[in-house]
Design a binder for this molecule. Structure first.
Ligand code: GRF
Length: 218
């Protein structure tokens, strides 16, 4: 059976990218990562990807005058890879509506909160300050609304007394490394689909995000 070609787009260290790649290299995977693309050549994930034998590409954001021309170059890089699913993984740019439309239903992001809570930045500090019981991460389809697209799966943990943004970040990352490859696998197996802006799971509209709970995550 043909493997679903996936591109992973990063700006930073790429630990989620690595988790997605490692899962794809395990026996029985239904997807393969065909390219890791960064918006800067300083992204630590590029060396990680090369070490995992994944082709890499860089679309240096500094060389583009505006968002539209950068997004057009990024779209060309993705399309030249043959990818049919695009996973943003620590990609620190806001994409134009035209880019999002071009890849509608094929574009994923991971966000470190239980969306719709805490869109944007500093999510761990905000969850701690609010004394939330639970916190976590969400994998969602990308729409024109920042961190606003339909959520497919969440990883959820309990906040602990004395938690700091750093301690929470480590536990959230551990959950992210489970849920992001899992979602890629579900899409490759055609168990998860995006239709008319809604998530379908096994042919039925998804009433609430799929949930991975792991309070023991390191
Ligand atoms: C993750 O916490 C993810 O939720 C957010 O950016 C971070 C990326 O981390 N979007 P890494 O580069 O995958 O390690």
């Amino acid at each position: 059976m043909a493997l679903l070609p996936v591109a992973v787009v990063i700006s930073g260290r790429g630990s989620n990218m690595e988790a997605i790649v490692r899962a794809s290299q395990a026996a029985g995977s239904r997807y393969q990562v065909v390219r890791v693309i960064a918006d800067r050549d300083s992204a630590g994930g590029l060396a990680r990807a090369a070490g995992l034998d994944i082709p890499t590409g860089v679309v240096p954001v500094k060389q583009f005058a505006d968002r539209e021309s950068f997004d057009a170059a990024l779209a060309r890089e993705i399309e030249s890879s043959g990818a049919r699913l695009v996973a943003l993984a620590g990609f620190m740019r806001i994409l134009s509506a035209g880019f999002v439309q071009r890849f509608a239903g094929q574009l994923l992001n991971i966000h470190p909160s239980l969306l719709p809570k805490y869109k944007g930045l500093d999510t761990h500090a905000r969850a701690i300050a609010a004394k939330d019981v639970h916190h976590g991460a969400s994998v969602h389809y990308v729409t024109a609304e920042l961190d606003g697209g339909p959520v497919i799966m969440q990883g959820r943990l309990r906040l602990r007394a004395g938690d700091t943004p750093d301690s929470v970040s480590a536990r959230v990352h551990a959950l992210e490394h489970i849920i992001y490859p899992h979602v890629c696998s579900l899409i490759a197996a055609e168990r998860v689909q995006c239709r008319n802006g809604a998530v379908y799971f096994d042919g039925e509209p998804l009433a609430a995000p799929l949930l991975e709970e792991n309070d023991a995550a390191a």
